[in-house]
Design a protein around this ligand. Structure first.
Ligand SMILES: [Zn+2]
Length: 177
């Protein structure tokens, strides 16, 4: 699947689960208020269990929503990550973090999540050299005329032999050299 389509689906999924969690949180909040109200009036101690259940469920939802927001931030960065990485032959994570004005650990965590979501094809992190390794599929001969083609899907730059068709290293889209 092309990574722009994949990205769109992931964003939509993430957003819809966020909305569901938000509704559930509001529901838990209302139930909690009701249960606390009853605790101090007619319901008494029998309200302890519903308070624990809705309190726990509410807390779970809030934690999940926080995760959702983090995922959304990561997904929103993917296109810029690809653009920056494809312009840097060393695929340096240090440079990427500097360019993105973020902490290296944030960049690494984001890349790990992007890899986990299979937004990158076959890529992995070289933790010793702090680089993103993308296995090269094409080996060029000395006589080949190369053209740098910008991927229409993800924006990455890939070298393609003139007159041939290759695939984008990042997202697998077809590129005409
Ligand atoms: Zn691409």
């Amino acid at each position: 699947m092309k990574s722009d389509v994949k990205l769109m689906i992931l964003k939509a999924k993430n957003k819809s689960s966020y909305v569901l969690l938000w509704i559930l949180t509001v529901f838990c909040g209302i139930m909690l208020i009701g249960a606390f109200g009853a605790l101090f009036t007619d319901g008494g101690p029998s309200m302890i269990i519903p308070i624990l259940i809705f309190g726990g469920l509410g807390a779970f939802c809030v934690i999940k929503m926080k995760k959702n927001r983090k995922t959304a931030a990561t997904l929103n960065k993917f296109t810029e990550y690809v653009a920056r990485l494809s312009n840097d032959d060393t695929r340096s994570i240090v440079k990427l973090a500097q360019g993105m004005r973020e902490d290296m650990n944030v960049t690494i965590a984001s890349l790990e999540q992007m890899i986990k979501l299979s937004l990158f094809c076959n890529a992995y992190i070289d933790y010793q050299n702090n680089t993103l390794v993308i296995p090269k599929k094409d080996i060029f001969g000395p006589a080949d005329k190369l053209r740098v083609i910008k991927c229409g899907c993800c924006g990455a730059l890939t070298k393609v032999v003139e007159g041939t068709v290759s695939t984008c290293e990042f997202c697998g889209a077809y590129l005409q050299g």
